[in-house]
Design a protein around this ligand. Structure first.
Ligand SMILES: [Cu+2]
Length: 231
């Protein structure tokens, strides 16, 4: 009887704590569109921050076809806590270009440039904000109280400056690195739909797939196919 009780308890504990990792690589299928040069000459502070012209980050694909800045999330996951969220304005570009935050989490906005930026959110679920960050204002904090699909945060002073933010009610999301790779750790065991979002394809072009998470590593690779009609 005691043995039975112990095994039931062990079973309960293990099912409560069972969590796994979801990782994968996101690739692009088709001819990669050429990245446009960003015309920064209107503000000498911006232009002089780059030795070679900065390029558009709308679709960043490396020579292996792997896509950077794809936001991947575990739909319907519960719990988890995201890493601190920082959005820097550096060389008149946002770093990172795409970021996920949790509802209520602070997003620290930094101005590393010796010039004026303004932070204008295009959020629809969350109230929009729009404030200036003169060069002497190095940090501001914002947060979002509703979950929201990716929306732009842009700068009205420098029209090429655009970043994307999405708000989740859990901590299970990641953005792909320059090798198109992402890892989401500590996902509670279960069956989920994994969503991959890329700026060029937007919400109507997201890719989803079902993944079963146990205690090991589950793989979810995604391929964004270039639409034949898109320029
Ligand atoms: Cu700016």
């Amino acid at each position: 009887m005691l043995k039975f009780k112990i095994s039931v308890i062990l079973l309960l504990v293990s099912s409560l704590t069972l969590a796994g990792t979801i990782s994968g690589t996101v690739t692009f299928d088709g001819k990669t569109p050429k990245r446009k040069k960003l015309k920064m000459s209107a503000d000498p502070v911006c232009g002089s921050a780059h030795k070679t012209p900065a390029l558009s980050e709308k679709l960043v694909v490396n020579d292996k076809g792997q896509i950077k800045n794809v936001l991947v999330w575990v739909k319907g996951a519960k719990g988890g806590s995201a890493s601190p969220a920082v959005l820097d304005q550096n060389g008149c570009m946002y770093s990172p270009h795409v970021i996920g935050v949790q509802k209520g989490q602070d997003l620290l906005i930094k101005n590393s440039d010796a010039t004026l930026h303004n932070i204008h959110s295009m959020s629809k679920e969350n109230s929009s904000f729009n404030f200036a960050m003169p060069k002497v204002v190095k940090e501001k904090k914002v947060s979002f109280d509703k979950i929201e699909e990716p929306f732009a945060i842009k700068c009205d002073v420098h029209p090429w400056m655009k970043s994307w933010v999405s708000v989740f009610d859990h901590g299970f999301f990641a953005v792909t690195d320059e090798n198109g790779h992402f890892t989401i750790e500590g996902v509670p065991a279960g069956e989920y739909e994994i969503v991959a979002w890329q700026e060029w394809f937007k919400m109507k072009g997201v890719i989803t797939q079902k993944v079963k998470v146990t205690d090991g590593e589950s793989v979810a690779d995604f391929t964004f196919k270039r639409p034949s009609k898109k320029k």
